[in-house]
Design a protein around this ligand. Structure first.
Ligand code: GLY
Length: 355
């Protein structure tokens, strides 16, 4: 598979990834290598990854706790401290080996340590391969509010080796599928159709679909890295989805939802809202709901839950001048940004989801 050119960096796939990494290290001669992992990637991926490296440069491993609840400034503080104690300097290289928490947090730590050191993302989850590790968004949560602190700063390279998916739990796989389905919905009807029948997919198909998903995302971010316009479309399903994810993250009576699980709900709600506001045809709303509910179990919401979720939307990063800006679909493969939505339509969307 051919590497994809992104903004000041490349995204490399398959067999090529370790030769490209070794060439990068040889040419750039970092003073030290730091490998950021969480407890899952430490167990499942580190040993294989280290065997692929051909270098005499010292490698230090920094392990953080796994899970969204650890995507915090406190965790960053621990990593900054460790980098400092282990004599990291501005020529050190941070290798982020993990899912979205490791790549988002690691990218942020690298981009701020001594005003910025180089980093490379090696995503090990489907979600991180098709979304989090591509496009330079780095950062952490603020309490239960998602990704409120961070900056856009690109990795030197993104290395996608689908072999890491072999040890990924099924719910994490599904979480990544939600973002792939989103790419079809916002940009490419043919891709949506291909993704819609997942029961027919083999691992070889999956690699090709990941590649196509990254192309869709990369085309968007290369056109609008700073999210002034078209990049907002990548937030389809996220205005409500992030609020739902935040709400479930801290509500002790609720089971925490993975990012993709929350976004799948957000996309069904946004599809219903799109019918009301941007005339998405009824049949397409029903198709989106049916495809997503084939993969994602239905979740129930009380009136009080919905009220609090709507309240949480005020922290969405697309908001401006006090307005909550939705991304809505006009048809599958085409969307509109900066749409305002009355609250009663949001309540009706939850009722439609529950039907
Ligand atoms: N995950 C959405 C974006 O990268 O813009």
């Amino acid at each position: 598979m051919k590497s994809i050119q992104s903004v000041n960096n490349i995204i490399v796939f398959g067999q090529e990834v370790y030769s490209q990494l070794n060439t990068y290290i040889k040419e750039n001669q970092p003073s030290k290598l730091f490998l950021l992992v969480d407890e899952h990637t430490q167990t499942n991926c580190t040993s294989f990854f280290l065997q692929q490296l051909e270098t005499d440069i010292t490698i230090e491993i920094i392990e953080i706790e796994a899970g969204e609840e650890h995507k915090t400034i406190e965790t960053c503080n621990g990593v900054w401290q460790t980098l400092s104690e282990l004599d990291a300097d501005r020529k050190s290289l941070l290798l982020n080996l993990g899912g979205g928490v490791v790549t988002d947090l690691g990218g942020f730590v690298a981009s701020t340590f001594k005003r910025g050191i180089a980093y490379i993302n090696i995503p090990t989850t489907l979600l991180a391969m098709v979304d989090a590790s591509v496009g330079g968004k780095t950062g952490v949560d603020l309490g239960n509010l998602k990704n409120q602190i961070g900056l856009i700063s690109n990795a030197e390279m993104v290395l996608i080796d689908v072999g890491y998916l072999a040890t990924l739990p099924q719910n994490q796989m599904k979480s990544g599928l939600a973002e792939m389905l989103k790419h079809g919905l916002i940009q490419d009807q043919a891709y949506w159709k291909k993704m819609s029948d997942l029961s027919q997919l083999s691992l070889a198909d999956l690699e090709q679909l990941i590649y196509e998903s990254v192309i869709i995302k990369n085309n968007v971010v290369t056109e609008d890295l700073n999210e002034d316009g078209i990049r907002k479309t990548l937030n389809f399903g996220h205005t409500l989805g992030h609020a739902i994810e935040s709400y479930f993250l801290t509500n002790t009576e609720k089971k925490t939802l993975l990012h993709g699980e929350a976004i799948a709900i957000g996309m069904i709600l946004a599809a219903y809202i799109s019918n009301r506001i941007t005339n998405l045809p009824h049949e397409e709303v029903a198709e989106i709901k049916s495809v997503l509910l084939q993969t994602f179990e239905k979740v129930s919401f009380t009136e009080k839950d919905i009220e609090q979720i709507i309240e949480l939307m005020k922290y969405d990063k697309k908001n401006s001048h006090g307005n909550i800006n939705f991304v809505l679909l006009e048809k599958i493969g085409q969307c509109k940004i900066d749409c305002t939505v009355p609250n009663d339509v949001i309540y009706q969307a939850f009722a439609y989801y529950a039907e």
